[in-house]
Design a protein around this ligand. Structure first.
Ligand code: SAM
Ligand code: SF4
Length: 327
């Protein structure tokens, strides 16, 4: 599949809009409702859409949410997903709180060897403030269990917010001296009405300056096939990598190879643009495989060449919050 001149081979599947955490930067600050169960795509529906997308050239899938592991029977879904021959790479983004040793072992048995964890702080009380849940130790344990069981790379996503965790950039980076983790600092994206203010957004340039002041020059690392949009570096003597995801300061739209399937069964060609194409209702109304493939291709024709987010005021964003789209 091609959108503009970009080959599209990566599908991000959000299996749920529900989450056991309430991260300040992710969920709306005002009360919100979750999607009715009957409107959420069932596993067999997601698998049919994924199979068709694979026929059209998708080879890589990431499972996300909400929190993927809050959805019932996720492992039986993952087992069927892993059985799709043409999928060469399946990974999961998780907050890690529900991942026990047994579950990580199961993932490895299924062939899932790459996990991204979200961890914005190394301070348990700050963790509770950011996520709304007192679960730091649990998440920390999951990350280390994944590491000891051979998940590689263990990626850790940290959204940096001024006045919240910007004083920990150096400590989080220092994890790469001890462990082969890939730390990825993510620029806060203004989505929906989160409690985060514009002044709290920290861009990559400033984050890099703080790191270089403490550890010296960041050395660029050669890109590999599974890199995605992160710009990767190492500090001297490090076992791990520090990456920067820069949707705001340096958008990577021209390289974006992604299509998203939301838990409501809509196709979303761009995270930061509200255009979505319904594929679930046509599927439920009896559309043929060919008709569904046409819907996938039609969605891709709407993939914008640039998300435009930097041009708008943070409070005017007409964009849904992250849990409802899938991060
Ligand atoms: N619950 C899982 C987790 O937290 O990893 C998966 C879903 S979460 C929406 C996926 C990623 O999106 C997380 O790494 C999170 O930090 C990131 N994220 C959420 N809201 C964001 C925002 N407003 N700006 C930048 N990243 C955000
Ligand atoms: Fe949940 Fe992940 Fe959003 Fe946090 S970032 S509220 S863990 S979906």
């Amino acid at each position: 599949m091609i959108a503009g001149n970009r080959p599209i081979n990566y599908l991000r599947i959000s299996v749920t809009d529900r989450c056991n955490f309430r991260c300040q930067y992710c969920v709306p600050s005002s009360p919100f409702s979750v999607i009715e169960h009957k409107k959420i795509a069932r596993y067999e529906e997601i698998l049919r859409i994924t199979n068709l997308a694979c026929n059209l050239g998708i080879t890589k899938v990431r499972i996300t949410g909400g929190e993927p592991f809050v959805r019932k029977d996720i492992f039986s879904f993952l087992e069927k997903l892993c059985a799709i021959d043409s999928l060469k790479d399946i990974s999961i983004t998780t907050n890690g709180a529900l991942l026990t040793r047994g579950k990580i072992e199961k993932l490895i048995t299924l062939g899932i060897k790459r996990l991204n964890f979200s961890l914005d702080t190394l301070d348990p009380s700050k963790f509770a403030r950011i996520t709304g849940r007192d679960r730091f130790q649990r998440v920390w344990e999951s990350i280390f269990t994944a590491h000891t069981l051979g998940i590689s790379p263990v990626k850790i996503n940290a959204v940096v917010l001024r006045g919240i965790n910007d004083d920990e950039i150096e400590d989080i980076t220092a994890l790469t001296l001890k462990y082969p983790f890939h730390i990825r600092f993510i620029e806060y994206m203004p989505m929906g009405d989160s409690a985060v203010e514009k002044e709290q957004q920290m861009l990559t340039q400033e984050i890099m300056e703080k790191i270089e002041l403490k550890f010296g020059k960041l050395m660029p690392v050669k890109r590999t096939a599974n890199d995605g949009p992160a710009k990767k570096f190492q500090i001297a003597g490090a076992k791990g990598i520090v990456g920067f995801i820069t949707p705001i300061s340096s958008h990577f739209c021209s390289e974006c190879n992604r299509l998203r399937l939301t838990s409501r069964g809509t196709l979303r060609p761009c995270l930061l643009n509200n255009y979505e194409k319904d594929i679930l209702n046509p599927l439920r109304n009896g559309a043929s495989d060919d008709e569904l493939k046409q819907i996938i291709l039609a969605a891709l024709t709407k993939k914008p060449s640039f998300h435009g987010l930097t041009d708008q005021s943070i409070k005017d964003m007409p964009i849904s919050h992250m849990t409802s789209i899938g991060g």
